[in-house]
Design a protein. Structure first.
Length: 351
């Protein structure tokens, strides 16, 4: 599954040059805290105590994280952990719409983490899939996502704050959504700079191209953020067994953040449309000024050429034809007429 994929057709916004091998990591909680465990041990705990369909109470929570999955990892999810083939197919194929699906014993979530690529100054989207059960979390994603490492570190540092998968899911989803705000700030700063640059010098070959690029990124950003409103609404409305009542306000807070991000994206898109309108207005004004300038000089030169054309006619009988001062007279008339027209257009601010 290629990195930095987008929902629609076209080249991805951010891709790595060389493919990397898949990685599988696992952690488990116990009486002595949270520790990294071998994958075989995590699978044993998953099958015996934490997986879907287990009725006996368990204190352990298992988290398995797969990075850059391939066919072997797909078989691991499907045949070893016994997740539904449709969910596993979504993990491998990618380009899924943010959603939450319910399967027997667990939920399957799809959403996107985002960041700004510092090298290219562009937005990068990373699709993350989450299998969420009462005692287990399985995450699948193309690239390493900082929010996953951050939540794992917090879980290991304070296991008491993450007693169940509901708290872990909130921390992970909240971190992903909070990562949208720096991206919004990045777009806001870019639009302000573009507005100033385009009004100062409306260059159709440069500024407009950048604005269209930002519009494309904002459109893509909204396509992956807006559906997440339905995702959180579904989590809040459904009977999720691992979602304790005291966690509801925290998930509601994340839902409110998603709503705010969507509204700010819409506001940025409106600002972008205003920037384009301002660019077109400035370009039109500059074109009008150029046309007035060209028209004024054309009239001045045409009047002078008209005088020169009269005195340049080759007739034998013409007034002032043999006058010694005729040449100077013709030049003087042309200068007077040209100067008069120049002064006229100057006062009208055409020149």
């Amino acid at each position: 599954m290629p990195a930095g994929r987008e929902l629609g057709p076209g080249a991805p916004l951010d891709v790595d040059a060389l493919p990397l091998r898949a990685e599988v990591h696992a952690w488990a909680s116990g009486p002595k805290g949270v520790h990294a465990v071998p994958v075989d041990e995590a699978v044993r705990l998953f099958r015996e105590r934490c997986g879907p369909g287990r009725t006996e109470p368990a204190e352990e929570v298992v988290w398995i994280d797969l990075v850059r999955p391939e066919e072997a990892e797909a078989a691991f999810l499907r045949d070893t952990l016994h997740f539904h083939p449709l969910a596993v197919e979504d993990c491998i194929r990618g380009r899924q719409r943010p959603k939450v699906d319910r399967y027997p014993g667990y939920f399957f979530l799809v959403l996107y983490a985002t960041r700004i690529n510092p090298d290219r100054e562009r937005m990068a989207l990373n699709e993350i899939h989450i299998f969420l059960g009462e005692r287990f979390v399985v995450t699948v994603h193309d690239q390493k996502i900082g929010q996953v490492a951050e939540v794992v570190a917090r879980w290991r540092a304070a296991p008491g704050h993450f007693r169940d998968t509901g708290a872990i899911a909130h921390a992970l989803l909240d971190g992903i959504v909070d990562g949208y705000f720096p991206v919004l700030d990045h777009f806001s700063e870019r639009l302000e700079d573009m507005e100033e640059a385009m009004l100062a010098d409306p260059d159709p070959g440069g500024g407009l191209h950048d604005v269209l690029g930002v519009r494309r990124e904002l459109t893509l950003f909204r396509r992956v953020v807006a559906p997440q409103r339905e995702l959180f609404t579904s989590l809040l409305r459904r009977d999720v067994p691992f979602l304790r009542p005291e966690l509801i306000p925290y998930f509601q807070d994340v839902h409110d953040h998603v709503m705010r991000v969507t509204e700010e994206i819409d506001a940025l898109r409106e600002l972008l449309a205003a920037v384009v309108d301002a660019y077109l207005s400035a370009a039109s004004n500059r074109l009008n000024h150029t046309m007035r300038l060209m028209a004024a000089w054309s009239i001045i030169l045409m009047a002078m050429a008209w005088i020169a054309g009269i005195y340049g006619m080759n007739f034998d009988v013409m007034p002032e034809l043999h006058w010694p001062l005729g040449y100077a007279w013709a030049l003087g008339v042309m200068l007077v007429v040209g100067g008069g027209l120049f002064t006229y257009f100057r006062r009208r601010r055409w020149i």
